[in-house]
Write a protein that binds this ligand. Structure first.
Ligand SMILES: Nc1nc2c(ncn2[C@@H]2O[C@H](COP(=O)(O)OP(=O)(O)O)[C@@H](O)[C@H]2O)c(=O)[nH]1
Ligand SMILES: [Mg+2]
Length: 441
């Protein structure tokens, strides 16, 4: 897909720096190179040159690179001017390029062109933004793997299998006797079952990828005085929440962002759950429950010195981790125990195994992602869930012997995967994805 406009932008962060880079992409890149540099650099060869403005006055000198289409990031002719990192010089260069026919790029427009020109799929384009935004090393490595195609490859393999089944079914639709056979075809049933199972595995790995990429929401909940605020302060490493012996001290949700063993965690301390007539505390309890519902993992704190264990609210069991607290006084052994972990925030006993248990809960056994490290987004999981639901409905249609509906459900599954990779994505969604980028990328 050829784009008519030539875009340009400063690619380095705003402010003064050692080096400042201006990037140009589009059909005019070659003409602009000749105008600014007085020569066209050899393809992909670092070339020392003086940069001139539209009136021919020198603006800076530096290294120029020219990448002819299609072997460039965007797939178009690309010119890169690496000068001195002065905002004045960089603005002057951009103004000179605009005066000669380029226009200023929108956020993410270089990456959008790379996507539109088929250099990368949408998952990889999103990984470019995720890599730039990554807050810690594990997230950066995961985003790089996605950028290099780890996740896209898994989706492409799924799609290939889906297309093979669809081709077979759609070919059979023209022949009534073959249509009848489809309903009883054990091979088709096995293929659909296998496809659904692989999709489910991919969703699980996608969840892990999302946790690595976007971080996870961890909520500390439990009865009053269980030691919730004390645990938040311990995990955060500073006095974020007020701790006290009076039940009902915490009302508002207190949030701390913590990087723990390569996981970015948004940890919320909440009001203790108990029946109360105090309207402020009631609101605190309501907020605590809402936060727990939206959490990736709930630490359910149980005061081990306080008699019989309270019953946990009806949250999904796979998201709840029981934490027995104050074991310095109860005498329970620190570390893993049924359904969770025993700790003392006061002595630090059991905290290492609590951290490991949190990692296990969010990333599966070992606290490391099962499908290898790759970054994913919530959007990807939603699309994978849609594809899975369609394949499950397709299995039902096969059992009912309705070949037309079977074919239709599989088409919907293909469409969901197409939305994932960007093969079938609305302009609206694309606009939203690329608007989150920085300018110059
Ligand atoms: N001995 C002991 N006391 C603790 C521990 N954790 C919390 N406490 C005490 O328990 C009381 C309630 O703690 P707090 O964190 O405010 O509980 P919250 O109401 O669940 O937030 C405070 O007096 C804390 O000092 C612990 O590990 N050991
Ligand atoms: Mg508290």
């Amino acid at each position: 897909m050829a784009t008519a406009d030539t875009i340009c932008a400063v690619a380095t962060p705003p402010g003064a720096g050692g080096i400042g880079i201006v990037r140009v992409s589009g059909p005019l890149a070659m003409t602009l190179a000749r105008a600014v540099l007085r020569k066209l650099p050899k393809a992909r060869m670092a070339t020392l040159a003086v940069f001139h403005d539209e009136a021919g006055a020198p603006v800076d000198q530096g290294v120029a690179l020219f990448f002819p289409a299609p072997a460039s990031f965007t797939g178009e002719d690309v010119l890169e001017l690496q000068g001195h990192g002065s905002p004045v010089v960089l603005d002057r260069l951009v103004a000179a390029l605009v005066a000669q026919g380029a226009r200023c790029a929108r956020p993410g427009e270089f990456t959008e062109r790379a996507f539109l020109n088929g250099k990368i799929d949408l998952i990889q384009a999103e990984a470019v933004a995720d890599l730039i935004a990554s807050a810690h090393e594990t997230a950066a490595r995961a985003a790089l793997n996605t950028l290099q195609g780890t996740f896209s490859g898994m989706i492409a393999a799924l799609n290939e299998r889906l297309v093979a089944v669809r081709t077979r079914i759609e070919a059979a639709l023209d022949f009534p006797e073959e249509v009848e056979d489809l309903a009883t075809d054990p091979l088709l049933a096995a293929t659909l079952r296998d496809l659904a199972a692989t999709l489910q595995t991919t969703i699980r790995q996608g969840h892990e990828g999302r946790v690595l990429n976007e971080g996870a929401r961890l909520v500390i909940a439990g009865p009053p005085n269980a030691g919730k605020s004390t645990l938040l302060n311990t995990l955060a490493g500073h006095d974020a929440a007020i701790v006290g012996p009076i039940p009902g001290t915490t009302r508002d949700i207190i949030r701390e962002r913590v990087v723990m063993d390569g996981l970015s965690l948004d940890i919320c301390d909440t009001a203790g759950l108990r029946p109360t007539t105090d309207p402020v505390e009631q609101e605190g309890v309501r907020r605590a429950q809402a936060a727990a519902m939206a959490a990736d993992c709930i630490l359910w704190l149980i005061d081990d010195t306080a008699g019989p264990e309270p019953e946990a609210p009806p949250w999904p069991e796979d998201r709840v981790l029981r934490v027995y607290t104050k074991i310095d006084r109860s005498g329970r052994a620190a570390g893993p125990c049924p359904g969770g972990c025993a700790i003392s925030a006061q002595t630090g006993a059991g905290l290492a195994s609590l951290r490991a248990a949190i990692g296990n809960r969010l990333l599966g056994p070992g606290g490391t992602p099962a499908g290898g490290l790759f970054a994913a987004r919530r959007r990807h999981i939603v699309a994978l869930e849609q594809a899975t639901a369609a394949v499950v409905r397709a299995q039902a249609q096969q059992a009912l012997g309705d070949a037309l509906l079977l074919a239709e459900e599989l088409r919907l599954a293909s469409d969901a995967l197409g939305e994932l990779t960007g093969r079938l994505t609305s302009d609206d969604l694309l606009g939203r994805i690329f608007a989150d980028f920085c300018i110059g990328k």
